[in-house]
Design a protein around this ligand. Structure first.
Ligand SMILES: [Zn+2]
Length: 83
């Protein structure tokens, strides 16, 4: 964790916070927590509280539901092509 001095706006609650993680660190953590490749250009920035809720929700899904969501969002391992 490093302090970047930048701010971000949470996509879920709309609040603005100071970035405690770099984009790179955030993406790496997302990969660990969700097991999907979130693209850097995908602006699904969440604050810590909303991120925790998202993980809770994700954990409550079945493997099939997760796979479908990841596929629809283009987070699959092979889905690197844009629209
Ligand atoms: Zn939030």
């Amino acid at each position: 964790m490093s302090v970047t001095g930048e701010t971000y706006t949470c996509n879920n609650c709309g609040a603005t916070y100071e970035k405690a993680w770099t984009d790179e660190e955030s993406l790496a953590q997302t990969k660990v927590d969700f097991g999907v490749h979130v693209r850097a250009d995908d602006e699904a920035t969440l604050c810590d509280a909303c991120y925790a809720l998202m993980i809770e929700w994700w954990d409550s899904l079945s493997a099939e539901q997760r796979a479908r969501i990841a596929r629809n969002a283009g987070y699959g391992d092979t889905a690197e092509s844009g629209p």
